[in-house]
Design a protein around this ligand. Structure first.
Ligand code: ABT
Ligand code: MG
Length: 139
């Protein structure tokens, strides 16, 4: 069954440039309802745990350093077909390849600092949402 929720983060590059409001606005206008949200900052240990799936990749160290370099906004979003539709709204991982009008095309600067995260499966949406929000917070 297709889940109707996904998990997102506004990453430190985007919060640092003051893009948070505009990015959240584009998510809401794209039809996503905010079900949970927090402004927080990851320690390097927490960033490493969140991205543990990429542990063996050559960019892991930089990724962990970047994701813990400043504040983020974590949120659970709801919409029909949420995971796939949200990946479409944010655009390709590399903003140079992202379609016109996507969030990464509008706000990201590079593949390493690409403004937003979006879960890549229903299963990961639940795992990632649970990483940031307690059961009480994701009703
Ligand atoms: P995330 O939403 O952050 O998971 O990005 P996405 O799913 O679009 O892309 P993946 B492949 O999951 O990349 C995870 C993070 O690793 C960064 N990255 C990726 C690099 O820095 N260099 C690379 O060559 C690749 C492939 C981008 C993602 N970001 N962050 N932060
Ligand atoms: Mg990913």
């Amino acid at each position: 069954m297709m889940s109707n929720r996904t998990f997102t983060m506004v990453k430190p590059d985007a919060t640092g440039k003051g893009y948070t409001g505009a990015i959240l606005d584009q998510m809401i206008k794209g039809g996503f309802a905010i079900k949970a949200m927090k402004w927080t900052r990851l320690t390097p240990e927490q960033a490493g745990e969140f991205y543990a799936i990429h542990k063996e990749r050559p960019f892991y160290g930089e990724l962990v350093e970047f994701m813990s370099s400043g504040p983020i906004v974590a949120a659970i979003l709801e919409k029909e077909n949420a995971v796939a539709d949200f990946r479409k709204l944010i655009g390709a991982t590399n903003p140079a390849q992202a379609e016109e009008g996507t969030i990464r095309k509008n706000f990201a600067s590079s593949v390493g600092e690409n403004a937003v995260h979006g879960s890549d499966s229903d299963e990961n949406a639940i795992i990632e949402g649970s990483f940031f929000f307690s059961g009480l917070e994701r009703f």
